[in-house]
Design a protein around this ligand. Structure first.
Ligand code: SAH
Length: 395
């Protein structure tokens, strides 16, 4: 069997069960022919450690499949991992009120590079690493067996594929092509999801619990939902009694689907307003009026794609948070997020603290938020934590 041998002393991260082996840690490779194929992993002194998928192109040469040399890596192995991940979701998701959730969260479910989201009877997959691509056929067969979906759609139209020597791809893998929007239910709220053209696999499933929490602060509130996308936070807020919500997003398509989603939930158009603008600019326009809000949500896209962007991203986060803090009424509430994995929680907290100082507002942190539990992170894979949020009370 093909194999990799690590350099001497470079097995520490493996021993801590971190699933990535970088090219710099590898001493030699043997008999590797195919991108993504399964390799045996040996330590620098020749000890057989486990198995991984080898990527011929990525800096992350090996993604560990098993830390146990006694395992056998075959379709059954993949099936057990998928079953375990699927079973875990039935424990943490209330399937009576929610039918859209992440079934497989890649490394965090010990299936490196594989993302599977369930939207009602449809599954949407991303094969993000050479190893995930290598096991694609088997993975689809297993998913069909477990879920019997109406359709399986692939959204591997992401740049990371190219680092793995794979082409971007989007299209139907099985069953019915979802020509129209898919209707899902989340905590009893209805949403249309565009799995073909929407962000990620269509919907920000990772914000589910945070949207639910917003209900607590919504009653009779005037809310500014910045980066509103398809209206996730807005639907929850208005159904929980908000008097008015402003959806603010630069994308007309997103705002239009937000409107559709609000209507789908029986919400009258008098309850909300759509503003198409750049958040950085629009918050400045509001600053120059006397307009104030009870609640502001800031859920921007990823500002830091790499370590080199941390500083610029931090300035961006500080800017919008500073502006938002100034626009809150006394005892107002800020829901603020960062989904950049490179912005660690301590840094995000500091950015908000600095914004509070500069805004001249006293800010209490009411809650620390993170991604919903179907996106749970493994302690041995800290990279799996990316979404951070704070609920702040602002005086
Ligand atoms: N809160 C949403 C997800 C937000 S995704 C939810 O729960 O579903 C980020 C959104 O920000 C996208 O809709 C994108 O169109 C929008 N966006 C990105 N940059 C922007 C900018 N500078 N100004 C306004 N909107 C922006």
């Amino acid at each position: 069997m093909s194999s990799v041998k690590l350099k001497k002393g470079r097995d520490k991260s493996f021993n801590r069960k971190h699933p990535w082996i970088f090219s710099g840690a590898i001493d030699s490779i043997k008999d590797i022919n195919t991108n993504g194929e399964t390799v045996e992993i040996f330590s620098g002194d020749g000890k057989f450690l486990g198995y991984g998928s080898y990527s011929l192109h990525s800096q992350i040469s090996v993604r560990v499949l098993s830390f146990n040399p006694e395992d056998q890596i075959d379709k059954d192995f993949i099936q057990k991992k998928i079953e375990t991940a699927a079973q875990f979701r039935t424990q943490i998701i209330n399937l009576e009120t929610t039918n859209a959730y992440r079934v497989i969260n890649a490394e965090s479910d010990s299936l490196p590079g594989l993302v599977v989201d369930k939207y009602g009877d449809f599954l949407v997959c991303q094969f993000l690493s050479a190893g995930a691509e290598f096991w694609k056929k088997e993975t689809i067969e297993i998913l069909l067996n477990i879920f019997n979906p109406t359709g399986i759609f692939e959204r591997s139209d992401v740049e990371v594929r190219e680092k793995e020597g794979l082409q971007q791809f989007k299209g139907i893998l099985y069953g019915k092509d979802p020509e129209e929007l898919i209707e899902i239910i989340e905590n009893g709220n209805k949403f249309f999801v565009d799995i073909n053209l929407g962000h990620k696999t269509g919907f920000y499933l990772d914000q589910r619990d945070n949207r639910k929490l917003l209900e607590t602060f919504s009653s009779e509130s005037e809310i500014l939902n910045c980066f509103s996308y398809t209206g996730g936070f807005s639907v929850y807020a208005i159904k929980a009694g908000a008097s008015k919500v402003v959806n603010l997003d630069s994308s007309l398509e997103a705002l239009s689907l937000a409107e559709t989603n609000l209507t789908l939930n029986g919400i009258a158009s008098s309850k909300y307003e759509n503003v198409q603008d750049d958040v950085f600019k629009y918050l400045r326009k509001l600053r120059d009026t006397n307009k104030q809000f009870d609640v502001i949500i800031l859920d921007p896209p990823k500002f830091a794609e790499s370590v080199s962007q941390i500083e610029k991203a931090s300035r961006g986060y500080k800017d919008i948070n500073l502006l938002a803090l100034k626009l809150l009424k006394k005892n107002g509430v800020l829901f603020t997020f960062s989904c950049s994995g490179h912005i660690v929680p301590e840094l995000f907290n500091k950015i908000i603290a600095d914004a509070a100082t500069d805004a001249g507002r006293e800010v209490h942190i009411l809650k620390y938020l993170t991604q919903s539990p179907d996106h749970a992170m493994l302690t041995s894979f800290p990279e799996g934590l990316y979404l951070k949020g704070l609920v702040c009370k602002v005086n």
